[in-house]
Structure formats: C-alpha cells, structure tokens
Ligand binder design. Structure first.
Ligand code: ATP
Ligand code: MG
Length: 605
C-alpha cells in the first residue's frame, strides 16, 4: 500500500480529477443499486396482479400505472448511469494524460540531476523501457482504481446492510466470502509479482541492447552481427514466454480455487433465498431483489481482489521508477568534492589562478586512482596543453574540471565561478573528445549553450570554426537537420560544429579535448586560426595528440600514470627527454617534412 500512497502523494495536483471520477462512480453505483429495488417492487406488483387475475378479480387499480412508473424509474436509472459514466470516463482520460505528464517530467527531472556516474552504468534503452512500463502501469492502475474504489466500497456496504436487514445469515456468509477471497488473492499475487519482476528484467535488458543496436546500426551491419543480435533479443523475450507460462498457470490455478470457494458460498446464499421464499418468509419481489443483489455482491469481491492484485502489480511496475526517484545523487558520487568556485573568486586579482587542481586524486570505481595527486595552477589568459599517452587520464581531468565527477581527495577551484555547479559550468566552454551533437539543426546545435543567440552571431562563430565553409554548400544551410548525434555529418564536420558551439558560449575558460583531431591539415589550420583568435585573453586548456596543435602554448603539462610528469614551455620540454620530447622524436622519425611543418608552425604562430 505504501507504493499507492506514494503515487497519490506524487500526483497530489490531480486530486480534483480523482474526486470527480469517484463522485461519478458513486452516482453510477447508486443508480445501479436502485435497479434491484425497482425490479423487486415491480415483481411484487406483478405477482399481486397475477394473483388477483387468477382469483377472477380483474386487474387491480393502479397496477398498470405502477409498473409503467417503475419501468420509467429503470429508464431514469440507466440514463443517469450512461451520462455520468461518460463524464467519469472523460475525467479518467484527462487524468491519465496529466498523470503521465507529471510522472514522466519528475522522472526526467530526477535523471537530469543524477551524476555522470549513474549514466556510466546504465543503458539508455533500459532507462526508457523502465519509464514507459512504470508509468503505464501506474496510470492504468490509478485510472481503474479511482473508477472502482467508490463503487466497490458502496456496493459492499449496501449489499451487506440490505442482506443483513432481510436475513442476517446472508450477510454472515458474505462476510466469510470477502476475506477468504482476498486472502487467496494475496497469496496468488506474491508469486505472480516475483515472476513479473523477472520478466521485466529480461525486457529491460533486451530494450537496452535494442536501443544500442539501433543507435549503432552501422557497426552491427558492418560486422554482420544482425543475426546474433536478433537471437539475443529473441532469447530474452522467449524467456519471458516461459516465465509467463509459469505465472499464468499459477494464477489460473489459484483463481480457479478462489472462484470455487466463492461459488460454494453463493450456493449457500441461493439455497437460503429460495427456501425462505418457498416457506413464505420472503415475497417473490424480495427474492428477485435479493438474487440481483447477490449477483452484485460478486462484483466487489472480485474487484476488491483486483485492487489487491493491481496495487501489487503497480507496486512492482513502479518499483524501478521509485528506485530511480529514491537515488541519492550525493551517495552515487561517493561523497568527495566537485569543482568549485575559488574562495577568492571575484577579486580580479591577476595573480590568482583561474583554474587550480590541488592534490587531486580520482578513480572511476573502487579500483586504483586514474588521477593520482595532480596539482596544477592555470593563470588568467594562459594556454596550457596536456600531453600524455592514450588512457592516461587527460579527458578525465576535463570531466573533473566540469564537475561531472567528485574527486576522491583534493580540490579543484575555478575563479570567477559562482557557488553552484551551473554557474561554474557557465564559465567554461568545452569541446569534448566525442563531439556529441543533437538531432536538430546545425543552428540549434551551435546555439545549444546560448539558445537566444541571433543568426548573425551563429554565423560569426561558424565562420571562425570553419563551419560556414561546408554549411553554405547544404541546400538548407544552417537549418539542415543532422540526424541522431549528427549522424549525417562527417567526423570533421561534427567536430567543427562542436568547436563553434563552444565558441558561441563565449566563456572565460576554454577546454579543448582533441577538438581538431578529425580535421585534415588545411581545415585544422582554418579552425586553429579561429581558435587562436578566440583564446586571446582566455584561459585555455588544450589536449591534442597532434603536436603541431600545441606547439605554441605557454606551458605543456605531461601526464604519466595519473601524475604530472613534467611542466615547461614547448621548447624546454622538447629537450628534456620526457614524454613530449619522445613524441616529438617519433614524429620526427616518421617524416622529416612533418618536423619542418611543425617548426614552421611555431614561427608562424
Ligand atoms: N566513465 C568511465 N568509467 C570507468 N573508467 C573510465 C571511464 N572513462 C575513462 N575511464 C578509464 O580512465 C582512464 C583514463 O581515461 P581518459 O579518457 O581520461 O584517458 P585520455 O588520457 O583522455 O585518453 P585518450 O588520449 O585516449 O583520449 C582509462 O584507463 C579509462 O579506461
Ligand atoms: Mg581522452
């Protein structure tokens, strides 16, 4: 029941709809309850009239008028039922739609607030599958529940009171029927839920993979893995068939049992009613009324058990929903600190570092540190390059700076940032190693960090990032839709849009993680010129494998095993014998022309 209480609390704003649906249901039930009384009364009038006729007394006065009036009363009852239940149905539909909106928006809001660590361990398709299942189960349940709850309560009470009024053993038998049926239902439900949970897990795994396969269909096709991906998908779903078999067998066995019990109890009820009518204790009218009432009595028994069953069903369905809602972002993050505003922020002191790593330790899991004690100050307007071997932790440093993860120990401070993470992030323009674009238009993607930017502003940065060059060849120009994650663009085009996006953000700190790695030398030069202009007066952190890109930074930091190995100007490190020198030497050895070009770059710079 606590799940139900939570759902109600979550959707408090829908209270007027619940109330409307319940009132409609109450009116419909009342109209329904009037029917046995009216037909009972009509039966008595008819029996009287038939008796009088057989005695040769003719039709009693007013008998016809009475039965016609009673028939009109039946008409009135069904008209009320029809009209009011339509209103109830309408409110139910609107309520479901609103509930879907509330629950989905809350879920999305929660997901958006969860740290990167959560996403590292989840599949997109699974997150979506869970959302859909939970929400439709909860919504369906609430709709039926608000429709059924009042009806059930009213019918139960009315049936018990009326039957007790006429003959108490009838009520006593019904009082045995209800709990027996409920108990058997609860018993059934538990196993049913467990199997349902197992089924859901298979569906979630299959959906997660499904979304991945669809998202990277190119790889699937190229490696000819369609067949095996399909087999895997089918395997999970056929597991659910086996589970459904067991689940359904169990359910139907138990359902047969509880219905059998109910039938025996109703057998007793009918015997009592028939015998007492024969012995003259009930009139035929009372008998008709009671028989109809007993038929109605079955309904709350079944719907009460339906409620028990579906509360548990909704509870199982909403379990993963509430599991996500209950996640504690702080706990997921392991408790360390994130990037934060420097204490002396806003003093404008030029000596104060813009970005400061203070003995930072970090690891993704419980395992070894990926970053093991990095201390680094980057001053205002300075250009810093990070060099290190692949997997050495360069991109990790970027993620840490953006506050995507908390550190194990140490601090990261960013001058000029406000107290919260959002303002910190507003201060940093970033180009990630993976361009990560959205499915909209090119203009939308460039303006992602500043949606209010004008077309002129977008064009201006697009020119600097050498985006304009290729966009002007598209028939739809900046309104070209680029497909999921920018699928319709080349790698280099995506990168240039990502650069333009960071440029438009116009933040005081610029972070470039392999921002031009997919570009040919000519395009890179173009973009580099734009970036050089942009970096003027900005604090910049640049990661690049291609050493020509970083030949003219102020300082190079080399990373080795998660630690800072060397710090120095490019010309210092070129002769120090460290990683940078090594990389340079490698580039030298591959071709002399490269070396020449590299030197040329330094001169041109
Ligand atoms: N989300 C993650 N979860 C767990 N481990 C990760 C995650 N991201 C990176 N790693 C690990 O952290 C280490 C550092 O990765 P990182 O991406 O920072 O390297 P990098 O220096 O940027 O490499 P490259 O030059 O290839 O881009 C790697 O060993 C990688 O396997
Ligand atoms: Mg990287």
């Amino acid at each position: 029941m606590s799940a139900l209480a939570r759902i109600l609390r979550f959707t408090r704003s829908l209270a007027p709809y619940y109330a409307g649906i319940m009132i409609a249901a109450a009116v419909v039930t009342a109209a329904g309850l009037a029917v046995p009384f009216i037909t009972g009364a009509a039966t008595d009038v008819v029996v009287d009239a038939v008796g009088a006729a057989t005695r040769g007394e003719g039709v009693p006065t007013g008998a016809i008028r009475s039965v016609v009036l009673l028939a009109l009363a039946l008409l009135a009852a069904s008209l009320v039922e029809t009209v009011v239940s339509s209103f109830g149905g309408y409110w139910g539909d609107v309520m479901s739609a609103k509930m879907r909106t509330v629950l989905s928006a809350r879920y999305f809001e929660k997901l958006l607030a969860l740290p990167q660590r959560y996403y590292d361990n989840e599949l997109t398709g699974t997150i979506v599958a869970r959302l859909n299942r939970s929400i439709s189960e909860v919504t369906n349940f609430m709709k039926s529940f608000s429709n059924m709850f009042v009806t059930m309560l009213m019918t139960t009470v009315a049936v018990l009171v009326i039957s007790a009024w006429h003959y108490w053993p009838l009520a006593a038998l019904l009082l045995v029927a209800y709990p027996a049926y409920l108990w058997l239902t609860a018993l059934t439900s538990r196993k049913w839920q467990r199997l349902e949970g197992d089924k859901n897990e298979h569906v979630d795994i299959a959906s997660g993979r499904f979304a991945e396969v669809v998202g990277q269909i190119r790889v699937v096709k190229s490696f000819a893995r369609e067949r095996s991906e399909l087999d895997r998908f089918e395997h999970h779903f056929s597991e659910t068939v086996e589970l459904t078999r067991r689940q359904s067998q169990h359910w139907h066995t138990m359902d047969g049992l509880r219905r059998g019990v109910l039938n025996v109890i109703f057998f007793g009820l009918y015997v009592i009613i028939f015998v007492r009518t024969v012995t003259g204790e009930f009139t035929p009218g009372e008998m008709v009324m009671l028989i109809q009432l007993m038929a109605m009595a079955r309904q709350p028994v079944t719907s009460l058990s339906w409620v028990v069953d579906s509360v548990q069903r909704a509870a199982a369905g909403s379990k993963s929903y509430f599991e996500v809602m209950d996640l504690d972002p702080e706990a997921l993050d392991g408790g360390g600190s994130r990037s934060q505003a420097a204490p002396a922020a806003g003093t404008g002191d030029p000596e104060q570092p813009m970005v400061s790593f203070k003995d930072v330790h970090f690891g993704y899991g419980e395992d070894d540190d990926v970053i093991a004690g990095v201390s680094l100050d980057v001053f205002r307007g300075e250009r810093i390059a990070l060099v290190g071997e692949s997997g050495g932790g360069k991109s990790t440093l970027v993620s840490l700076l953006m506050g995507l993860y908390t550190v194990r120990s140490g601090r990261i401070e960013v001058a000029g940032a406000g107290a919260d993470l959002e303002s910190l992030r507003r201060n940093i323009g970033v180009v990630f190693q993976d361009p990560s674009l959205f499915s909209g238009t090119i203009a939308e993607n460039i303006a992602y960090g500043r949606p209010e930017a004008t077309r002129e502003e977008i064009r201006a940065v697009a020119k600097r990032a050498a985006v304009d060059e290729f966009v002007s060849r598209f028939p739809d120009g900046y309104d070209t839709v680029i497909g999921e994650r920018g699928m319709k663009l080349s790698g280099g085009q995506k990168q240039r849009i990502a650069v333009a996006r960071a440029m438009l953000k116009d933040a005081p700190i610029l972070v470039l993680d392999e921002a031009t790695s997919a570009l040919d030398t000519k395009s890179e030069r173009l973009v580099q010129a734009g970036l050089d202009e942009l970096m003027h007066g900005r604090t910049s952190l640049i990661i690049a494998h291609r050493l020509s890109t970083i030949a003219e930074v102020d300082r190079i930091i080399t990373l080795r095993d998660g630690r800072i190995d060397e710090v120095g100007t490019p010309s210092e490190l070129a002769v120090s014998g460290g990683i940078y020198a090594e990389l340079l030497a490698l580039q030298h050895s591959t071709s002399k022309a490269d070396r020449k070009r590299l030197k040329q770059f330094e001169v041109v710079g």
